[in-house]
Design a protein around this ligand. Structure first.
Ligand SMILES: [Zn+2]
Length: 100
């Protein structure tokens, strides 16, 4: 485990961008554009979502060509699940507090 405080106090940023996919790595860690988030599997997810379809020899994703990360099929299912989860939560809220 790395100490999160240490990560933030280290202000030296090395930023790399994949010319092909536009994906960004900061200090060797892939971060999603837009959200700026990252996870242990994000390089693999990036490969499944972007690099395996769009990447060529220019692509710098070390996980390019590997499968097992997210795909658009997976993501569509995930979003469907989230929407269902949300409407279930709304319904539950209504059931519990609808008579207030
Ligand atoms: Zn790439």
């Amino acid at each position: 485990m790395t100490d999160p405080d240490r990560q933030f106090s280290d202000l030296k940023l090395e930023r790399k961008e994949c010319e092909k996919c536009g994906a960004t790595w900061v200090n060797g860690v892939h971060v999603w554009r837009g959200t700026g988030s990252s996870s242990d599997s994000s390089e693999l997810d990036l490969a499944g979502l972007v690099c395996n379809q769009n990447g060529n020899h220019q692509c710098i994703n070390p996980k390019k060509g590997q499968t097992g990360g997210q795909t658009w099929e997976y993501r569509a299912g995930y979003i469907d699940g989230m929407i269902k989860g949300k409407s279930d939560a709304m319904k539950e809220l209504n059931d519990n507090f609808g008579d207030l």
